[in-house]
Design a protein around this ligand. Structure first.
Ligand code: CO
Length: 178
């Protein structure tokens, strides 16, 4: 019997958020337990996507549910070792937030479509094009695997507007480190 995993959201500017994540190699019970715990935490946190570095794990694991609703598991999308192999369509602006930046929002420009290659929990290949909101969430979460964060994508105006909150996060992190 394995114990249920207890995961916690890691906040900016914790260094692991800046580390490129490593490919998953073992498709075992531990991976399944991690994915289950990530879904649970994502739904609890009212998120629509969560990347493993955001729970302190340096692995290329993404969980998504574009409805953010545990009652609609048909929208769950688990992407292991995801790669965005193409982006296309018009560039669109849409407001984004991030569980690692509570209270911080900004209009982020991204292409409307993306094509993803990944594997599922069993190691089966996935190759799919996404559009609209789901494409946006995937691109946001994929950034996390590369160590790219919301703050990097903010416009100058949004960066300025959010500056006091970002500074406060840095100070809180420093205080916690002692
Ligand atoms: Co995020």
């Amino acid at each position: 019997m394995s114990e249920a995993l207890e995961l916690k959201i890691v906040l900016y500017p914790t260094p692991i958020l800046r580390k490129p994540a490593k490919p998953v190699e073992a498709f075992d019970e531990a991976l399944k337990a991690t994915v289950d715990a990530m879904y649970e935490l994502m739904f609890e946190s009212r998120g629509v996507g969560l990347a493993a570095p955001q729970v302190g794990l340096n692995q290329r694991i993404l969980v998504l549910n574009k409805k953010g609703n545990p009652e609609e598991p048909e929208h769950n999308l688990t992407l292991i070792n995801a790669k965005i192999v193409g982006r296309g369509g018009k560039k669109a602006l849409h407001e984004e937030g991030c569980l690692s930046f509570p209270g911080i929002y900004g209009e982020i420009e991204r292409p409307e479509r993306c094509t993803v290659e990944a594997v599922d929990l069993q190691g089966n290949a996935i190759s799919q094009e996404f559009e609209g909101f789901q494409s946006r969430v995937i691109q946001h979460e994929y950034d996390h695997l590369e160590g790219i964060l919301l703050v990097d994508r903010l416009s100058q105006a949004d960066k300025l507007r959010n500056k006091p909150d970002l500074q406060e996060m840095v100070e809180r992190y420093r205080a916690e480190q002692g």
